[in-house]
Design a protein around this ligand. Structure first.
Ligand code: ZN
Length: 63
């Protein structure tokens, strides 16, 4: 008997701590015009603080 999964797993990667979480993003924050998914308010605050301190394109930079 096949147990086909009809439930599409929705997951996202936290833009700050890179944690993969299932479901919809708990928090979203727009930085430099980009909507970023964050797993928790702690990551939102940390990201906003980093952007405020350095005002750099930390999250748009490709390694
Ligand atoms: Zn996070």
């Amino acid at each position: 008997m096949s147990n086909a999964s009809t439930c599409r797993a929705v997951s996202y990667e936290c833009a700050h701590c890179k944690l993969i979480s299932h479901g919809k993003p708990t928090e979203t924050v727009v930085i430099h015009g980009q909507e970023l998914s964050m797993c928790c308010l702690g990551c939102v605050y940390a990201a906003e603080m980093l952007v405020g301190l350095y005002y750099s394109d930390l999250y748009t930079r490709t390694p």
